[in-house]
Ligand binder design. Structure first.
Ligand SMILES: [Zn+2]
Length: 148
């Protein structure tokens, strides 16, 4: 029997989509965030630090599980400026989404930057994490980045 492919027309609102990422590294990161700390995973062979930590080092292809604290300060490696929301509606203010290399970490992590005009953002700019007022051990604990 042949499988049937069906096409469903429509607009899909992904802003409420919930997803779940499994893994010791993410659990460790979220547990640390409850205390305002960023805990990554370090490769015991090459020393590469990831946040959140994967099961395997992406360079050495071996299982890793060594906790490593990462700074909540870092540097913008690249960024985008958004002028519309996920539905395509224009934003009142442009939204800057930098990808940041936190000090002591080798992987980059995305977020939202506030407190600076889009035209003043640049690669290499120093930023720090603005923590949420109430830390709950969720990704929202890293509320956004602000200039250092
Ligand atoms: Zn490695």
């Amino acid at each position: 029997m042949m499988e049937e492919t069906r096409e469903v027309q429509g607009t899909w609102d992904l802003s409420t989509l919930k997803f779940r990422i499994e893994g010791v590294g993410l659990r460790r990161m979220l547990d640390g965030m409850k205390e305002g700390k960023l805990i990554g995973t370090k490769c015991h062979k090459c020393g590469t630090v990831y946040l959140p930590g994967p099961f395997n080092c992406r360079k050495c292809h071996i299982a890793i599980n060594e906790p490593a604290e990462v700074s909540d300060h870092g540097e913008i490696m690249t960024f985008t400026i958004g002028y519309a929301d996920v539905r395509g509606n224009p934003l009142e203010e442009p939204r800057v989404a930098p990808v940041v290399k936190l000090d002591g970490c080798d992987s980059w992590i995305m977020g939202v930057l506030q407190g600076v005009k889009p035209e003043d953002v640049h690669v290499g700019m120093r930023v720090k994490v603005q923590w949420a007022e109430n830390l709950t051990g969720s990704l929202q604990d890293m509320a956004y980045y602000v200039p250092e």
